[in-house]
Design a protein around this ligand. Structure first.
Ligand SMILES: Nc1ncnc2c1ncn2[C@@H]1O[C@H](COP(=O)(O)OP(=O)(O)O)[C@@H](O)[C@H]1O
Ligand SMILES: [Mg+2]
Length: 410
């Protein structure tokens, strides 16, 4: 097989792909080529008889988010590597999200940590051939340290095949310098840890449009540029909201509302928000790209409370009507002058609790910063562009604000 392989790798990952240390930690800016690299690396290894008996578990915080990311990436890697022979070399079960290499018998399965049932499933995983050998955690900043420990516990015992080695691969954008990943893998030096940092400049396959967007970000959001472009640990400076905690909590609220920011090319974000003792609790999130209103409604059915008022972006009355017709209590939030700042003030004055499964809101908050002017000084305008879930959160709290130019239309 290997003589037919035409796949290309970015040079900067050469050492990472040869590494056999237990922890392979690949952090970097967005678009640096981490995900493509890891997907291709695993597909090649799992097709190689040298690693017979290996199996790969791919993990993300939210199980379903594997489908459009890791699963899609591994499918692309298979077609790049195998070309026309893809289906004779790999058996792919789309619905179940399972992959098996017909040459080696190696398998790939996917998991998440949404709830305790899934965690139990991970603890009892078994494979028809060989054992769980490799784990890939994509967007590893989403998982908690105890999620990680569950995975780490799974890799133990002797191998029949002496070529095999246990390894957990973590890929992520560094985001917050307060993250447990930094403490565990970067602040202490350890022999069984390999760390790697890459940026979009290392990726030979990036297009010029992407380059230009990054240059723009460097001008107007220097901190965001450091994190998202250069892949350095995020700094607290310039962050708009830091008064939130990611945790689990009882769903016992004084009131519940929904907030929705419409999007198609941008994400469409829908949040379920509870209020208790003056605090804000975000307990569910629907975050989808490229879906029309009917598709979104079918995803929200049965999961989001129809009795709760759903505060929506007022710019799209048609969509609001469609949600109302489907039985949701959708109303527009009018955006007056100063309303964004008033909403930010309100959010800053409360404690915000967010469940781990709201991965997109958390990711956006970790990067949501004040715009800098050309001298680098912070202004009082939020840097926009990656704030769809945040907009949904702002709409959800808008009704709590009595001044600041907010007005409701029904
Ligand atoms: N080895 C590669 N071969 C072809 N295209 C690549 C390769 N590596 C990266 N790319 C391109 O660069 C884009 C960004 O890479 P990706 O792995 O998604 O970055 P990251 O995961 O670091 O954000 C991909 O969508 C793909 O188009
Ligand atoms: Mg990626």
């Amino acid at each position: 097989m290997s003589e037919n392989v035409k796949v290309q790798f970015n040079e900067c990952f050469r050492e990472a792909n040869l590494c056999t240390k237990r922890y392979r930690v690949l952090m970097g800016g967005a678009g640096s080529g981490k995900s493509v690299n890891v997907a291709q690396d695993f597909i090649l290894k799992l097709m190689d008889l040298k690693y017979k008996g290996a199996n790969l578990l791919v993990a993300r915080k939210v199980e379903q988010s594997n489908r459009n990311s890791t699963f899609a990436e591994l499918c692309t890697a298979i077609s790049r590597i195998c070309g026309e022979k893809a289906s004779s070399v790999w058996e792919i079960k789309e619905g179940l999200m399972q992959m098996r290499c017909r040459i080696t018998g190696c398998r790939i399965i996917f998991c998440g940590f949404n709830d305790s049932r899934q965690k139990e499933k991970i603890k009892s995983l078994n494979f028809p051939h060989g054992k769980l050998t490799w784990i890939w955690v994509e967007e590893a900043t989403e998982i908690t340290e105890s999620d990680f420990d569950i995975l780490d516990d799974r890799l133990r015992g002797k191998f029949e095949n002496p070529e095999l080695f246990y390894q957990i691969t973590l890929t992520f954008n560094p985001i917050s310098g307060r993250h447990w990943l930094k403490k565990r893998f970067f602040d202490t030096v350890c022999d069984d840890v390999y760390t790697h940092r890459s940026t979009y400049l290392d990726n030979a396959f990036i297009d010029s449009g992407y380059h230009n967007r990054m240059i723009n970000r460097k001008l107007f959001d220097p901190d965001g540029y450091r994190v998202y472009a250069l892949g350095e640990w995020g700094m607290q400076e310039g962050l708009i909201l830091t008064n939130y905690e990611v945790c689990e909590f009882e769903r016992d609220f004084d009131s519940i509302v929904l907030g929705q920011d419409f999007g198609f090319n941008h994400a469409n974000a829908l949040l379920a928000v509870g209020f208790r003792d003056g605090n804000i609790y975000v307990f569910d999130e629907l975050y989808e790209y490229g879906k029309d209103t009917a598709e979104l409604i079918s995803l929200a059915e049965g999961r989001f409370d129809k009795k709760a008022v759903m505060y929506c972006d007022s710019a799209e009355p048609d969509r609001i009507k469609t949600w109302r017709r489907a039985g949701f209590n959708a109303v527009p939030v009018k955006k007056g002058a100063g309303s964004i700042l008033a909403q930010i003030d309100y959010l800053k004055s409360r404690k915000i609790f967010i469940r781990h499964v709201c991965i997109n809101l958390i990711r956006e908050l970790q990067a949501w910063r004040w715009h800098a002017d050309s001298s680098g000084a912070l202004t009082d305008t939020p840097f926009d562009g990656f704030d769809d879930a945040i907009a949904a959160l702002r709409y959800a709290v808008a009704h709590k604000i009595t001044d600041g130019g907010i007005e409701f239309l029904r």
